[in-house]
Design a protein around this ligand. Structure first.
Ligand code: CO
Length: 201
């Protein structure tokens, strides 16, 4: 194997492990992967391990299993502005981060008038799998409604009331793998309406 092939094989292994699914044969990659473990064993051989996922479904081109939203935020210069209001809403439910960005910034505006204690909004970026626990653990923490030092939080704005603004920035590499990721408001009770998808593309 040339070093170049080794690199390729390594990258493919990384990509496969990162997507967290059983490794189906990569049909579209022309790389000569000498990985015999990826070949599904013929059904009539007994050699395969008992738990061998012979019926593994093919990996979809886009592994986005969750809703990507219907109101995409406008993204320019590696940043997006999200508005929130007194009706417990963001004005977007999807943010697509260009893969060319190193750092991405989200500006949050509260265009309502209600005070932060009654209609507070923030934006928290985290794995979808961590979202509910983050909000639950921040329930009683005022005014931020985030547990101090919560390591599941990738980035967050301040909690703001009507007329307020706050921004967050994060390293795009942090959300390239291991998702899906979402953005949401951790104010008690707001998660149900105030969340959206966050993907790199
Ligand atoms: Co809110």
């Amino acid at each position: 194997m040339t070093p170049r092939h080794l690199l390729l094989a390594g990258a493919i292994a990384l990509a496969l492990s990162a997507c967290g699914k059983s490794p189906a044969p990569a049909t579209e990659t022309p790389a000569p992967t000498p990985a015999p473990t990826e070949q599904a064993a013929p059904a009539d051989t007994e050699a395969a391990a008992t738990e061998s996922p012979v019926e593994a479904t093919p990996v979809e081109a886009a592994p986005a299993a969750t809703a990507t939203g219907s109101k995409p935020a406008i993204v320019a210069n590696c940043a997006a502005t999200i508005e929130s209001n007194d009706a417990m809403q963001y004005n977007a439910d999807s943010i697509t981060v260009p893969a060319s960005c190193n750092t991405f910034t989200i500006h949050l505006k509260h265009v309502g008038q209600m005070p932060v204690a009654a209609m507070g909004h923030n934006i928290v970026v985290a794995k979808e799998a961590d979202m509910r626990a983050i909000a639950a653990d921040g329930m009683t923490v005022t005014p931020e409604h985030l547990k101090a030092g919560d390591e599941r939080v990738i980035a967050h704005t301040a909690m703001i009331g009507g007329g307020g603004t706050s921004s967050l920035s994060f390293d795009v590499a942090l959300i390239k793998d291991g998702g899906p990721y979402r953005f949401f408001c951790s104010f008690p009770g707001h998660l149900a309406l105030m969340q959206g998808s966050l993907q790199v593309q």
